[in-house]
Design a protein around this ligand. Structure first.
Ligand code: GLP
Length: 245
């Protein structure tokens, strides 16, 4: 794992956006894996500015999002489809039918999981996967204890994750209890991974990731065995951790 230290959230977002833009320019047909949550919003905002100012094109780019809440339609303000449309897709020239996110409003959720895994495979996998991390080490919605071999599956969200995400809803009760997520095995099949870590509240997670063992109790630890992972972390997350690239 290579670790890049950013000054702060804005700097982390700038470095990550530049990284993605370079990859898109090198391969206009790149397949990007995208994440939601608070962390990548700054990156998306910089991708939009760059598209408007420099014309970077997403016409031929395909995207796959990590996860979606079960029970929310794509036009619900808290669905990840809505988040992606509002924070990125509506402002760049990507073709919406090339943007894939699991559907959380289907009758047969298990079939949706299988279909999503197959869809990624049919596209011959993800070239660059953007990731955030939960304080408990979750990636996507893969909570501690998830098998490292898991494919796209249905998850029961932990109380801590629901509580962490309640800030985007009007109350904790409104936060869905289930989600569909790419599995850890799915994520690990990506050719390259870019992990963003920002803020004091992620300090312990970063420390455990760097210094701890590879263990299913801390899902992100598997990233240590991926050949091509870059972490961009800000000073607040790195703190006094001595990182070695
Ligand atoms: C959420 C998402 C993850 C995200 C993580 C951290 O629950 N499912 O994909 O990376 O938790 O979120 P945030 O960036 O808001 O801290």
């Amino acid at each position: 794992m290579k670790i890049i230290e950013a000054k702060d959230y804005q700097d982390m977002s700038k470095i990550a956006a530049a990284y993605i833009i370079k990859k898109v320019n090198e391969n206009p047909k790149i397949k990007l894996g995208l994440a939601t949550g608070g962390t990548p919003i700054g990156v998306y905002s910089k991708l939009i500015s760059d598209h408007q100012e420099n014309g970077t094109s997403y016409q031929s780019v395909t995207t796959f999002n990590l996860d979606e809440y079960v029970g929310l339609t794509g036009d619900h303000v808290n669905s990840y489809r809505y988040y992606m449309n509002v924070n990125l897709f509506n402002h760049i020239d990507i073709q919406k039918n090339n943007t894939f996110i699991p559907r959380g409003d289907v009758d047969d959720v298990l079939k949706e999981c299988d279909d999503y895994e197959q869809l990624i495979a049919n596209h011959k996998g993800i070239d660059l996967q953007l990731l955030g991390i939960g304080a408990n080490g979750h990636i996507g919605f893969n909570e501690p204890g998830t098998s490292f071999d898991s494919e796209t599956h249905l998850v029961q969200l932990t109380p801590s994750t629901r509580k962490a995400n309640a800030r985007f809803f009007t109350s904790l009760e409104e936060v869905p209890t289930k989600a569909i997520t790419m599995g850890i095995g799915t994520i690990m099949k990506s050719k390259e991974i870019l992990l963003l870590i920002s803020g004091e509240q992620k300090r312990e997670a970063l420390k455990r990731l760097v210094t701890g063992n590879v263990d299913e109790s801390f899902p992100a630890s598997i990233l240590k065995s991926h050949p091509y992972v870059t972490i961009i972390a800000d000073k607040a997350a790195i703190a006094d951790l001595k990182v070695h690239c």
